[in-house]
Design a protein around this ligand. Sequence first.
Ligand code: MN
Length: 229
Amino acid sequence: MTASRREILIAGLGAMAVAAIARPTVARAAAPFVQPPLPFAEKDLEPTISARTVGLHYGKHHKGYFDKLNDLVKGSEYETMSLEEVVRASAKREKDRKIFNNAAQAWNHNVYWDVLKPGGPQKPEGVLAEAIEESFGGFDGLKAQILATSDGVFGTGWVWLTKDSNGKLVLRGYQDADNPMAGGKPAILGIDVWEHAYYLDYENRRAQHVAALVDKAINWAVVAERIKA
Ligand code: MN
């Protein structure tokens, strides 16, 4: 798909979102945006991620993005949008960079906690395992590419598992708050590589943290569900 064609499609999605908002009978998610509960106890990711890191990350950082977003959207057109719509609409507007950063970070962490929910298989299974085999040559190949992508994110950002235009799984590094969903692509698995995600437990050893997370903390059943969605 050419860039211009993609832009037209994205613009079309924006118009559809506006049309949906105009229907007053449809109940919609809108501001104030509410941080979902952490779907596990703060200590549940130990020793991969400490309770202290999860507590600060969820209770201060993630909560802070919601608080700032709710302040920023007051009285704006964004107040009536869902969180996803705020991310997509603000992504293209440089003047709304602060709204984008806070909305995207609020959304990114919703995904992050969901895919770290304990209790799932520790390795991809079934159709997901087959897709990973096809795209990365297996789990070890996926892990190696996650580490390489993480290493390639300078400063703060995310590693996202997404799909290319042929539907094949791919990994991409994103700066700061950015994610594939903002550009209309599936955001299947997000790994936070901001220092606040690991510094208390691993100091500057980002790769060690990411390797432990991939080996021990990802719920591959949730990832498989997100691929279907
Ligand atoms: Mn974070």
